[in-house]
Design a protein around this ligand. Structure first.
Ligand code: URA
Length: 275
């Protein structure tokens, strides 16, 4: 899919979501909330469903939980508009109740098509219902901070899921903020590992690895993106288990070529491009 085709597919989907009447949730909505973000991103965050603020604005994670999510992203130097943020259900369940199974099922096709179009390397699950979609049977208390391959039946053809607590959980249990911070600190390394594994799979499938491994940002300087490498030959990387310990990956090219005077920034995660 070209960037233009991807953006058009996501726009078409958003229009369908805004007009959807497939389940009872459409009756109480002010706005449907299709999701938003960079069409070329490698990282998709999937929450549970819109709350009151999201329903009013038609945008995901714009209330208090969204403020914390943005803060967490900033901790690793990522901008909110460099990722894609969406939800399992696209309309607000009344009174912020949990979404019903038939409501999730009615909306599943939209999430599936979003993931198909975005083809992310990493799907970050936020909360129980998202976890249940991408890591069926997992419990958040033990799954948070771990990765698992995503079933392509979800729509994401070649991704890993990275489980996190829902940011709103930190408002109920303040100690969870530290957990969210610690898990988020590992996300850049999870992305680096996922890129490697994708390039390995793509090479195995006979596709040019550099082309398939990542999508260079328009106008990005040479070296802005991670070189595709093929030295991670197995999927064992993504066996469930704690994500890599260090918050700082051991390899990361600088955005601009290093000069003699410039400090070596090659291990900085805050310079990662996500698309
Ligand atoms: N909580 C969610 O799960 N999604 C939102 O968009 C906002 C809050």
């Amino acid at each position: 899919m070209t960037p233009g085709e991807r953006a058009a597919a996501l726009e078409q989907l958003a229009a369908e979501v805004r007009g959807c009447t497939a389940c009872r949730l459409h009756r109480g909505r002010t706005h449907a909330v299709p999701g938003e973000g960079h069409p070329e991103t490698e990282v998709v965050f999937v929450g549970e469903g819109p709350g009151q603020n999201e329903d009013q604005q038609g945008r995901p994670f714009v209330g208090a939980a969204g403020g914390l999510l943005t803060e967490l992203l900033e901790l690793v130097g990522w901008r909110r508009d460099a990722v894609f943020i969406t939800n399992v259900v696209k309309c607000r369940p009344p009174g912020n109740r949990d979404p019903e199974p038939d409501e999730i099922a009615a909306c599943a096709g939209f999430l599936h098509r979003q993931l198909e179009a975005l083809d992310p390397a990493v799907v970050v699950t936020l909360g129980r219902y998202s976890l249940g979609t991408f890591m069926p049977g997992a419990k958040i208390s033990t799954a948070h901070g771990t990765v698992r391959p995503v079933d392509p039946a979800t729509g994401a053809p070649s991704a890993v899921a990275f489980a996190m607590y829902h940011p709103a959980a930190a408002f109920r249990q303040t100690a969870l903020k530290e957990t969210l911070v610690a898990d988020m600190a590992n996300l850049p390394q999870v992305l680096l590992d996922a890129r490697k594994a994708r390039s390995t799979r793509i090479e195995g499938a006979g596709v040019d690895a550099e082309e398939g491994a990542s999508r260079p940002a328009a106008g990005a300087p040479p070296g802005a993106d991670l070189e595709a490498e093929a030295d991670t030959p197995d999927d064992a990387t993504f066996d469930a288990g704690p994500a890599a310990e260090p918050a700082v990956p051991d390899e990361q090219p600088p955005l601009a070529p290093a000069t003699e005077d410039a400090p070596d920034d090659s291990d900085r995660t805050d310079q990662m491009t996500l698309f």
